[in-house]
Unconditional design. Structure first.
Length: 206
């Protein structure tokens, strides 16, 4: 009997180790703000805007996507992460968005050529929020602050602060990231006119 059971037990062990489960696949995400953006109607303002790498609050300054399961507890996905850390990711996405919109002559990340204005920002939240007794309600939340500084004296000529949370129908990280992208792009579209008007006024006042 023992001789009969031994091959069976060994077969079950081998199946459990090698054949019964799939190895999780790493998934990478970005925030393509420039996609679905349309060029602005007016011509570009003759200024150079430098976008500095955005600061990110420590709880979100990770490659792995963050999900919140209570007001006091955050967790990180193991196999779901950003293509690069959020500060660098959003800086590059914002640069490409402004280039597509075409409202400024040049948008750069390095101070070459010397910029007229510097755009600085901070991310206070970039997360999936799970609520309800069974964590069945999922929402995307993003909180950001952007400030445009005059490079000559560091004076703030424009700023945008927002904190938005919206539920998703499909409870997946893909749906969360897609909604985060739409929330940021929608806020930028809404504020773009105020940004360009602030730059025009500042240029006329100099």
């Amino acid at each position: 009997m023992k001789k009969l059971l031994t091959p069976i037990v060994m077969g079950l062990v081998v199946a459990a180790c090698f054949g019964s489960s799939k190895t999780p696949t790493m998934q990478y995400f970005w925030i393509p703000l420039w996609q679905q953006a349309r060029p602005a109607g007016s011509g570009p303002i003759d200024v150079v805007i430098q976008i500095e790498e955005m600061d990110v609050d420590p709880g979100y300054d990770h490659l792995r996507l963050v999900y919140r399961i209570s007001p006091v507890q955050l967790r990180h996905y193991r196999f779901r992460q950003w293509v690069t850390k959020p500060g660098r990711l959003l800086t590059a996405a914002l640069q490409r968005y402004l280039r597509v919109k075409g409202v400024f002559r040049l948008v750069v990340q390095e101070p070459q050529p010397l910029p007229n204005y510097i755009l600085r920002g901070r991310v206070m939240a970039l997360e999936q929020v799970e609520e309800g007794s069974r964590r069945e309600r999922w929402s995307a939340r993003v909180a950001m602050l952007l400030r445009l500084h005059r490079s000559a004296d560091d004076r703030v000529v424009w700023q945008m602060r927002f904190d938005q949370k919206r539920r998703v129908k499909e409870r997946t990280p893909q749906a969360i990231v897609a909604l985060i992208t739409r929330l940021i792009r929608g806020q930028l579209d809404q504020e773009l006119g105020h940004l360009t008007e602030a730059v025009r006024r500042d240029q006329l006042g100099r």
